[in-house]
Design a protein around this ligand. Structure first.
Ligand SMILES: Cc1ncc(C[n+]2csc(CCOP(=O)(O)OP(=O)(O)O)c2C)c(N)n1
Ligand SMILES: [Mg+2]
Length: 392
């Protein structure tokens, strides 16, 4: 089967119905909404030609300055990705998970989040991490192995990367339930923005998180970043029906949005976060996008997907369409773009320098933040690690 693109005419698989002469007494699944094409109701405001059409259900106030800021952020986010990949190739990082192509999902979140909201990311939300105040050095430490999580998750409102797929969804819902209780005792309203991938929807943890969120009316917005692939597994082997329609079965209101459209991402996430903050419970947002690069620096996507598929998605680039829109409106010109290119170069140099910024950790201190008060097991492990010596 061909894999998902933005082309509505794409070949699709419809789950076949039973024998025509023997009417099926069951309510059918949403077979008219297969997973490998965008839903007819997908929210899109800025199309891939850079033309903007307001959406009646998702009005959004975004000034031209906001959009110029978003373009700059997305260009820097992509540069961080290019540098991260190069640093891994130079042996400075153990691993790097590219986010190229997914910049608008992160910029849209950045423009939508409120001050008190907490983000539970996947390992691909590096750009959002930086925009929320996590230093480049601290981001890189996670991938060089210097730290489990080098940043202050409370001060930045950006939680640690989960490596176990789906595990972050339960943390997110638990945190949201905590916010719910804080609000009951007088704290300001806030919400949780939880990111997970299309593949994570096949995990038990994720499905348990949906059940808790729906039953507890937790103030959480799930953003399923549907980048069409879970390493080498396409969404078609994970679900016969559209991902956001599955959330409805859990009792969670849901929407699919063009994840390469930063305006639609902002509009939908602002509405979803407002909904969650105001006590109306969880929302599920499927961001329809594409992982332009490899799964991680250990992966070779040419083994499982075609250059044609990559070329089709290349035309939907989230940065290009925003740049086209802003240039057509005269908000930016070549002079501004030349300045941006210079700022991007400077940022690239900053990223390369940042990999050496934080000191190499002392092995024995690895266990110091496992619990507030170390247990006998933790103390024994710390002692054992110390006995290895710093050279090991
Ligand atoms: C519980 C668990 N099972 C398997 C893996 C191996 N693994 C790492 S990434 C990944 C795919 C995740 O795909 P998706 O949720 O779509 O996120 P994406 O990488 O596309 O952003 C898998 C299976 C893991 N890390 N954790
Ligand atoms: Mg994926």
């Amino acid at each position: 089967m061909k894999h998902g693109t933005l082309d509505q005419e794409e070949d699709v698989t419809e789950t076949s119905s039973a024998d025509e002469g023997d009417p099926d007494p069951f309510v059918p699944p949403a077979t008219r909404h297969p997973v490998n094409r965008p839903d007819p109701a997908m929210v899109r405001i800025l199309d891939d030609q850079g033309r903007l059409t307001p959406h009646p259900d998702f009005p959004v106030e975004l000034s031209d300055e906001d959009l110029v800021k978003a373009l700059e952020m997305m260009v820097m986010v992509r540069r961080l990705d290019v540098e991260g990949t190069a640093l891994q190739r130079h042996g400075e990082l153990g691993l790097w998970p590219p986010h190229m192509g997914q910049e608008a999902t992160q910029a849209g979140a950045w423009l939508a989040l409120g001050d008190g909201d907490q983000v539970f990311p996947t390992y691909r939300e590096q750009g959002l991490a930086h925009a929320m105040g996590v230093s480049v050095a601290d981001i890189l430490d996670s991938w060089s192995g210097k730290a489990h999580c080098a940043w202050d998750t409370v001060a930045t409102h950006f939680s640690a990367y989960p490596v176990m797929i789906g595990s972050g969804t339960l943390h997110a819902v638990g945190y949201a339930m905590g916010i719910q209780r804080d609000v009951e005792s007088g704290s300001a309203r806030a919400a949780v923005l939880d990111f997970h991938g299309d593949g994570a929807m096949s995990e038990g943890d994720t499905n348990e998180a949906y059940v808790f969120a729906a039953s507890m009316n937790a103030p959480v917005v799930f953003v399923c970043v549907n980048n069409q692939w879970a390493i080498s597994e396409p969404t078609t082997v994970q679900s016969p029906t559209s991902l956001f329609r599955r959330a409805i079965g859990f009792g969670i209101p849901a929407v699919q949005v063009d994840g390469n459209d930063v305006v639609a991402m902002t509009a939908v996430l602002r509405a979803a976060l407002d909904h969650a903050r105001s006590g109306k419970g969880p929302v599920f947002v499927e961001a329809w996008t594409y992982r332009m690069g490899a799964h991680t620096t250990t992966d070779d996507p040419t083994r499982y997907r075609t250059a044609d598929e990559e070329a089709i998605w290349g035309k939907t680039d989230p940065i290009l369409r925003l740049q086209t829109y802003l240039q057509d409106r005269g908000d930016i010109d070549q002079e501004w773009l030349d300045g941006l290119a210079e700022r991007e170069e400077a940022f690239g140099a900053e990223v390369r320098a940042a990999v050496h910024e934080n000191p190499t950790p002392v092995m024995a201190e690895l266990m110091s933040d496992v619990y507030a008060e170390p247990t006998p097991d933790v103390l024994a492990d710390a002692e054992e690690i110390s006995s290895w010596g710093e050279d090991n």
